[in-house]
Design a protein around this ligand. Structure first.
Ligand code: ADP
Length: 883
């Protein structure tokens, strides 16, 4: 049954219609064939009857001719005999089955030969000829009897009667012939014997009639005939002759009785023949009627099955098509006004109405779901805005705390005060982190956090993040290893900001939970043909590890491995939850492998599109010649590769400072592996080299970090990439600076420039924050002016007073920062003035608020609470303020 389901409904319906049609046709065909064969058999019987009649006609013609010849009549009718023989010839093929046709052909040859010989035969040879002819007739009748046809019992029985009558007629004719000869010669023993035999045979025939069980009317006809006077007379005559008694009547009279007897038998034969022929015709007609009936029945059933089948097929297939089409349209367009046609009164109509009910129900459910969704969205929105507001409100005072402690740390404090201040600092940073995490989580959960891909250099992202945790790594005396695939594409499409956040989280955890051993970052990339890479980043540590059964639950919010963790390491249990959601939003996965007590390996796997495969060749360091002092071959190889990346080569390699001083080669740049030489050697070497105008770069490992003040730049392994380039860049700049500082030759004018006072306008409504900003600005050596809201700021700017930059808070009474900025930009435009740099100071970290800053015309933004360095970095990166 299940197998049938592999065929379409269409195929099964076709089979359902066609198979009965085929069966009906085959069965009817077989029945029609049977009836056709029956008709053919009946026709053959008919031909046999005709043949029998012709045979009996031939018999009487033969008898007439031989009697005429015997009586030496002058008028012998050979013509009739010839025509009878010809008729026999014509009837032969259709009267016998193929099996007996050859036999009968031979028979016919013999009889026509006998016929041809007849005119030549003398009177005394007639008896022999008659015996020959008699044998041929017996043969013909025997063959007829043997050649049975497949017809009904009734017909076969009647045919048998007819054959018996034929035999009777044959023996009667023969008897007459013998008697007519015996009348002339009563003592011919041979003839008497023949007569005797014939008499016995006739006797046998009568008995056979009884065996055949003829019908009563047939028996009555036979009795009537046999009780005729002519029969009696002829029997008497035969008995006299056989007994050798004297005859009572004349020869002519006796023979006349025989002729009459023959006629009677002939009459019976033809009566039986006619009856049988009628019967046969009746049966033929019956069979033909049956054939016609079958044909009509077959046609009618074909027509009915065809019509009903076609109708059913059309109804079901069209209906299914209609249902599938309507359902698909509803699925695609959600247009529930579409309905399934319910026309008709069959089961499909009922089914349609049930389906329509279901569609209607789904419509109602959809409406309910949409309503619930919109309500949930509204609630979520409310939750998000509540969180955003809370975060804003907490950040504002936090800015005061962090800013003030920052300012305080640069004042003169006792050791205890410094320690207290450190606690304030750590606690406020932890609070800030918590607020950020909660805000992120809520943004992710409400679906408001969207991933924005930019062109990112993943190696730099890894190095940058490591740079941030490096201090902690050094503090805990851990080893740091980085392995980045040599085939890592230069730029890939990635949300760099979110990737940094994930890496930062994982690396901070790795450092936090590792007390000895190492931290390792491994980044691999495998390219595919469609221009994508499968990026995997492993963060491996040798820390406390996580028990197997806790490995999945640590990815849930506010979950830590166990309660001791908070006590021992702090934290909130939010970091990994955020990481997991962020990586999944980026289309990737994050997984963990860990053995308790041995360490953890967190793996980020994601697919990313390649933007640029190879790093563009940088020409700024072309032509630099460089040397290295190191006895570490691995480091030499690594630096060699990096130098080539930057467009120059490591020309000379020395094992120690001493080797270098022996050699008199000239070069521009010297890398010194700080682990390979004594501190003294390293400290004196730069001094010597500066005279030769060579700049020096110290190559440190985090653990071996030494303060090498007299070096032009420092590289901390394993952090290379942009840091390596910047180190060389700084080295070159320092060398140039040194050159400038060399004594100026006499007679050259030295340009002296008046120091310009830089004025920053602080627009802030919160008094504490006004104080924080103004103190920080002052510490940086700039002047400041304070405006309490946007309105004041705009009024101040529109007086045309000279200032260099504006720090603009966003949320303020009277006029907010966005409106103030728009007004200032419009005013600058109207007066064709240069744009003043405006940096937003905002306690909101919502993407839309940050976007709003840029849209209103601000140049940069700084999230509150901010640290002194961050503010100064922003201010100094403004072209006008850079010193
Ligand atoms: P938090 O670090 O603030 O507790 P996280 O979500 O980042 O929150 O981490 C959840 C928990 O997973 C941690 O408290 C700690 O139990 C476990 N964990 C995370 N990273 C590591 C690691 N590298 N080694 C051992 N345990 C870790």
């Amino acid at each position: 049954m299940n197998l049938l389901n592999y065929f379409s409904i269409k195929t099964r319906m076709l089979a359902l219609v066609l198979l009965p049609l085929i069966f009906a046709s085959v069965l009817s065909g077989l029945e029609i064939n049977t009836q056709h064969n029956h008709v053919q058999a009946l026709n053959m019987v008919n031909h046999k009857i005709d043949f029998l009649q012709s045979l009996s006609k031939l018999n009487s013609s033969i008898n007439n001719v031989r009697e005429d010849l015997f009586n030496q009549s002058t008028n012998v009718d050979f013509a009739q005999l010839n025509s009878d023989i010809q008729q026999i010839e014509q009837q032969l093929p259709s009267s016998f089955s193929a099996q007996y046709t050859t036999e009968m052909q031979a028979w016919y040859e013999s009889i026509s030969e006998a016929n041809k010989e007849l005119p030549e035969i003398a009177v005394d040879g007639l008896n022999d000829w008659s015996t020959w002819i008699n044998e041929l007739q017996v043969q013909a009748l025997n063959t007829l009897e043997k050649d049975r046809t497949n017809v009904s019992e009734e017909i076969n029985r009647e045919l048998a009667i007819l054959y018996q009558l034929q035999w009777l007629s044959l023996w009667s004719i023969d008897e007459k012939w013998l008697i007519s000869q015996l009348l002339l010669n009563r003592n011919n023993n041979e003839l008497l014997n023949q007569l005797n035999t014939i008499t016995e045979r006739q006797q046998l025939l009568v008995e056979r009639f009884i065996d055949i069980s003829a019908k009563p009317e047939q028996v009555a006809l036979l009795l009537d005939t046999f009780s005729d006077k002519a029969f009696e007379q002829s029997y008497q005559l035969r008995s006299h002759i056989l007994k050798g008694e004297a005859l009572a009547e004349s020869t002519q009279q006796s023979l006349a009785a025989f002729s009459q007897r023959l006629n009677s038998i002939q009459y019976v034969v033809s009566t039986f023949s006619e009856q049988l022929t009628d019967n046969i015709h009746g049966e033929i007609q019956h069979s033909k009627n049956l054939i016609l009936l079958f044909c009509i029945a077959l046609l009618a059933s074909l027509l009915c099955i065809g019509l009903i089948g076609a109708n059913l097929y059309g109804r079901i297939i069209n209906y299914l098509r209609h249902v599938i089409k309507t359902m698909s349209q509803i699925e695609e367009t959600h247009d529930y006004s579409q309905k399934i046609n319910e026309a008709g009164h069959d089961e499909l109509s009922v089914f349609s109405s049930k389906l329509n009910n279901l569609i209607n129900e789904r419509h109602q459910n959809d409406k309910k779901i949409l309503r619930a969704k919109s309500e949930a969205e509204k609630a979520n929105q409310a939750k998000s805005s509540f969180l955003a507001n809370m975060s804003h409100e907490i950040r504002t005072p936090l800015n005061g705390i962090i800013g003030m402690s920052d300012i305080m740390s640069s004042t003169k404090l006792t050791t205890t005060q410094k320690e207290y201040l450190q606690t304030i600092e750590t606690s406020s940073q932890a609070l800030l982190l918590l607020i950020n995490d909660i805000l992120d989580l809520s943004k992710i959960e409400s679906g408001n956090l969207s991933i924005t891909n930019t062109d990112a250099n993943i190696s730099e992202v890894i190095y940058d993040t490591l740079t941030i945790v490096l201090a902690k790594v050094v503090e805990k005396n851990l080893d740091l290893e980085v392995e980045i695939d040599a085939d890592m594409p230069h730029l890939i499409s990635l949300d760099e900001h979110r990737m940094r956040q994930v890496l930062m989280n994982l690396l901070s955890n790795a450092v936090k939970f590792t007390n000895k051993g190492s931290i390792k970052v491994v980044a691999n990339a495998s390219k595919d043909s469609a221009g994508y890479i499968d990026l995997t980043i492993h963060i491996i540590d040798s820390g406390i590890g996580i028990a197997k059964d806790k490995q999945q639950q640590i990815f849930s919010p506010f979950t830590q491995e166990d309660d001791t963790i908070t006590r021992q390491f702090g934290g909130t249990g939010l970091g990994l939850a955020i990481c997991k959601q962020l990586v999944e939003l980026m289309g990737g996965t994050i997984s963990i492998e860990s053995v308790k007590g041995e360490g953890c390996c967190f793996t980020i796997a994601l697919k990313s599109q390649i933007v640029t495969l190879d790093q563009p060749k940088d020409s700024q360091f072309n032509g630099l010649t460089a040397a290295l002092i190191s006895n570490n071959s691995e480091l030499t190889e690594q630096l060699n590769k990096e130098c080539q990346q930057q467009g120059f080569t490591l020309n000379y390699h020395y094992q120690s400072c001493f080797d270098l001083l022996q050699d008199k080669q000239a070069f521009d740049l010297l890398f010194i592996d700080s682990t390979c030489s004594t501190r003294d050697a390293i400290e004196t070497l730069p001094e010597l080299l500066q005279q030769k105008n060579i700049f020096t770069i110290a190559v440190n490992t985090p653990k071996e970090k030494r303060t090498l003040d007299n070096m032009d730049a420092t590289i901390t392994l394993p952090l290379l990439g942009n840091r390596f380039r910047n180190a060389i860049h700084n080295g070159i700049e320092n060398r140039q600076l040194r050159q400038k500082q060399q004594p100026v030759p006499h007679g050259t004018d030295v340009e002296t420039t008046e120091p310009v006072n830089i004025v920053v306008l602080i627009v802030e409504d919160n008094l504490v924050n006004q104080k924080v900003a103004s103190l920080l600005i002052k510490q940086a050596g700039f002047d400041f002016i304070i405006a309490n809201n946007g309105q004041e700021a705009f009024e101040f700017i529109s007086t045309g007073e000279s200032i260099h930059a504006i720090l603009m808070d966003c949320m303020m009474p009277v006029m907010d920062g966005f409106t103030a900025t728009e007004k200032i930009r419009a005013w600058e435009n109207d007066n064709s003035l240069q744009r003043l740099p405006i940096i937003a100071l905002t306690a909101s970290v919502l993407d839309q608020d940050i976007q709003k800053c840029y849209q209103s015309g601000m140049d940069d933004y700084l999230a509150k609470p901010f640290k002194k360095e961050a503010l100064l970095h922003k201010l100094k990166s403004l072209p006008k303020l850079a010193s």
